[in-house]
Design a protein around this ligand. Structure first.
Ligand SMILES: [Zn+2]
Length: 256
């Protein structure tokens, strides 16, 4: 693993343009402050969203990307609402992303509950991470939009072995790790405010589960709950089937 030619440190893969910010905006901001290179790939253009056009949401995502300090961001064109973890084209698009961004860590976001795309994405990423290492599986570059302020899209490798795949932990799940995001919590909130069309209920907006005025409060509550568990003010939680292979105990706090 150590010899791999990493294209970025963290790749976040999510179905819709606000999912990365909701799921792990604090972790992204914390890592980017440390100089880590982070790319986000949004799988769909969000064409089934109740409020705002795809282009308006993409403009909001550009602002949020700047706020979080992303290295780059892409938006693919998989069908909103119909992401399918066993669909060959959907898998190939994610395999392409993994071979192109060659990440050290991959996180699928948000937590895989309720919305069918959220459930499917975690499984899609797990499957694609396996397929990405198979040299006999060629992939083609999918259609995408690139955040213009971000970095150039790197060259695609013939294969990529993904060392670690994580997903955002559901509120009632058992986290594999907790990430202290207290210092960058305000940055996460700022990134969420970029998505005004999704979170603010104005007269011309259709009511949804996330624009009823309590959404930010719910996100705060969850982060405070994980924070209580982590012994800090705000934390984000992740799940993974992988186990770390150590040759020393890391200098981090362990909490039960
Ligand atoms: Zn979503």
């Amino acid at each position: 693993m150590k010899d791999q030619d990493f294209g970025c440190d963290l790749l976040v893969i999510s179905p819709h343009t606000d999912d990365a910010e909701i799921g792990l905006g604090g972790t992204i901001a914390t890592l980017s402050k440390k100089g880590r290179r982070i790319w986000v790939v949004d799988l769909t253009r969000g064409e089934l969203g109740s409020n705002a056009t795809s282009d308006e949401r993409w403009a909001e995502a550009a602002e949020a990307s700047r706020t979080l300090g992303l290295a780059g961001r892409l938006q693919l064109n998989l069908p909103d609402g119909f992401i399918n973890a066993t669909d060959r084209d959907h898998l190939m698009a994610v395999v392409w992303a993994l071979r192109t961004f060659r990440p050290r860590w991959v996180v699928s976001a948000p937590d895989p509950v309720r919305h069918p795309d959220h459930v499917a994405t975690a499984e899609l990423v797990r499957r694609a991470a396996f397929l990405a290492r198979l040299t006999e599986l060629p992939v083609q570059e999918p259609e995408y939009l690139r955040w213009q302020d971000g970095s150039k899209v790197p060259n695609t490798a013939d294969l990529w072995i993904v060392p670690t795949v994580l997903s955002v932990c559901p509120a009632d799940g058992k986290p594999s790790l907790l990430f202290d995001v207290t210092e960058q919590w305000a940055t996460k909130e700022k990134s969420l405010h970029c998505f005004a069309s999704q979170f603010q209920r104005a007269d011309h907006r259709r009511p949804t589960m996330i624009n009823d005025g309590t959404f930010l409060e719910r996100i705060q509550r969850r982060a405070r709950n994980w924070g209580r568990r982590a012994g800090c003010q705000y934390a984000e939680a992740f799940c993974t089937d992988a186990v770390p292979v150590l040759n020393d105990f890391p200098d981090v706090e362990w909490r039960t």
